[in-house]
Design a binder for this molecule. Sequence first.
Ligand code: AMP
Ligand code: MG
Length: 345
Amino acid sequence: MKLVSPTAETIDQAAQELTQGALVAFPSETVYGLGADATNGQAIARLYAAKNRPAVNPLIVHLGNRAEAEKTCSFDDTAKRLGEAFWPGALTLVAPLMDSAIVSAVTANLPTLAVRVPAHPVAQDLLKAVHCPIAAPSANRSGRPSATEAQHVADDFAESEFAPALILDAGASEHGLESTIVLCLPDKAPTLLRYGAISRPELEEVLGAPLAALPEATEATEAIAIEATEAVAVESRPLSPGRHFRHYAPAIPVRLLRQGESPRVERSEAWLGFGSTEPIGTPLAAETLSPSGNPQQAAHNLFAALRRLEVSGATAIVVAPLPVSAEALRERVSRAAAIGPVEAL
Ligand code: AMP
Ligand code: MG
C-alpha cells in the first residue's frame, strides 16, 4: 500500500493497477473511494473482501461523463435532467442497467445500477486513463466512518491482505459526505434513496416537484435483502439494499443530543460541538464541527473528527444538536450513533 500524490505518472500507475484487477484508493469531491474495475469479477470480489462489505450491498459505478452514463443505464427524462444539472458532481442515479459488461456482483444482482460522474480532477483523470467503469464505495472498512483523508484509508487497511495497491492523496475531501442517491425508474416518481452532499431542495428545484423519500429500512427488509440472491423484479426487492447496515460508526459509542437536551458531558466523554452550544462539564477531549453553525463546514469535518475522537481515550462522543434542515449531516451522525431513523430524533 503506497500513499502517493497524484501526478500524470502516478495516475497512469493507478490506471494500470486497476486494469490488472488491483484496488486503488482515489479522492473524489465527496469522500475517498476504493476503486476496482467494474467489469472484472475477481477485482470486485477483492473489493467486497477488503471492505468486509455484505454481498447484498451494491456498489456505485463511476464514469467519466454523462454520455457514458447514458450508455450504461437506461435513463428516463427525469434521470437525464438530473444528470444534466448535477454532473459532474455529487449525485448518484440508480436506473435500469443496460451494460452487460458490468459484473453482477456490482449490483448485488439487482437489475438496476447506481452511477455517478465525479467532478474531482484526479477522479476525472483516473477515469480517462483507465478506460473502464470504476466501482468505488467509500475507502473505509464496512461500518466505519467514511475516509475523507488518504491517511484514513491507510489506517483502515493497514492490516488488510486486500489493501489497495496505491492511495492517491489529494488532501481532505471537499464535501466530506457521500453522494446523494436518487432512484429513477420508468413510470415511477423519482425517489431519494440517500441524503448526501446535494441537498433535497437543490434537487427539488431542478425537478420542480417534491421528491419521494425512501421509508427507513427495517429488520424485515434486511431479511429480504439477505435472502435475495438472484435477480427478481425491482418492486419485490428492498429499494436501497445496504442502507440498514451499521454505518459511519467509530469504535466508541456516539450520542447525538436532541434540540433542547442538556449538553452535559462526563469527564470521560468527548464533546463534538456545533454552533454556539457549549458543553456542561469538562470533557476529556473537545472539537467543533463548525463554530459558526455551518452545515457544509460541519460535513467537511465530521468523519475526520469522529476518527480523532475515537482514539482520544474518551469512552463516548457526545454530539451537539444539529439543525433539522441539515438532513444529510443528521442522518450520518444518527447512523453513527445507531439510534435508528432520523425521524426519531
Ligand atoms: P456506498 O456504500 O457509499 O458505496 O453506497 C452504496 C449505496 O448505494 C448502497 O448501500 C445502496 O444503498 C445504494 N445503491 C447502490 N446500488 C443500488 C441499486 N442498484 N439500487 C438501489 N440502491 C443502490
Ligand atoms: Mg460507505
